[in-house]
Design a protein around this ligand. Structure first.
Ligand code: DX5
Ligand code: ZN
Length: 226
């Protein structure tokens, strides 16, 4: 049964003190750190690249969930592996040959994730589901933190969970105490959140609520398929 994994997005942290912000999130109970890589081409925003991940790696042994919102993700596998990325998640829309890229990421010792934008149908993932560690279902248009959760993406999570009971399914964008129920009931177990965790008065409480809700729904689900 997939367990809850809570992954604060450091995009909502202070980029001038990423090591401090990362440690703060680990202390608050984060399981993974979600690292948003944007190239100003695949998405209309620029963030950080492998050199920053490499610097951050010197300060923590946390699991780096790297979400690459970039064109030509093939180009960056080696650099991210060297930088200490734990998981390399690329967008299906950006890849010419996903099967080959999956093998390439694995051969560099990283876990493999594939992401889908809100308008991309989820059935493009079905042939790959058994070859990957995680599927990221975007619940906002990628590019910026602080956007509104898109409810119409939720059925994609459900369809994926029905087909792949053991897959890690991640949701990213607009997750908060108001939207977690929809995502967790549909079967998501990896929860990315920037604004709702970083800006909370009590991040630990938010993280614990997310975790409890996900684990409750996963337990119900696994009982129903017994
Ligand atoms: C958006 C990024 C997200 C973003 C989420 O393109 O992929 O990871 O940081 O931020 P919130 O939780 O504020 O929507
Ligand atoms: Zn992301």
């Amino acid at each position: 049964m997939p367990q809850a994994i809570i992954a604060p997005s450091i995009l909502s942290g202070d980029f001038a003190q990423l090591a401090v912000e990362s440690q703060r999130m680990i202390n608050e109970g984060a399981d993974w750190l979600h690292v948003d890589i944007m190239d100003g081409h695949f998405v209309p925003n620029l963030t950080i690249g492998a050199p920053v991940v490499q610097s951050l790696r010197k300060h923590t042994n946390a699991f780096f969930d790297c979400h690459l919102m970039v064109s030509n993700p093939e180009k960056w596998v080696k650099d991210f592996a060297k930088a200490g990325a734990s998981l390399f998640c690329f967008h299906i829309e950006a890849s010419q040959d996903p099967g080959k890229l999956i093998d390439e990421i694995r051969s560099h010792g990283m876990k493999v994730g594939v992401a889908v934008k809100p308008k991309t149908p989820i059935d493009v993932i079905f042939p790959l589901g058994h070859k990957i560690d995680m599927c990221l279902v975007m619940t906002v248009e990628p590019g910026f933190g602080g956007q509104k959760f898109m409810e119409d993406c939720v059925p994609k999570v459900k369809a994926l969970r029905e087909r792949f009971p053991e897959l890690d399914i991640e949701v990213d964008g607009g997750l908060s105490l108001e939207t977690i129920d929809q995502a967790s009931k549909a079967g998501a177990n990896v929860i990315v959140a920037g604004t709702s965790i970083f800006k909370a008065d009590n991040p630990k409480e938010v993280i614990n609520t997310f975790r409890n809700k996900v684990n409750t729904e996963q337990a119900k689900y696994s009982k129903s398929v017994e």
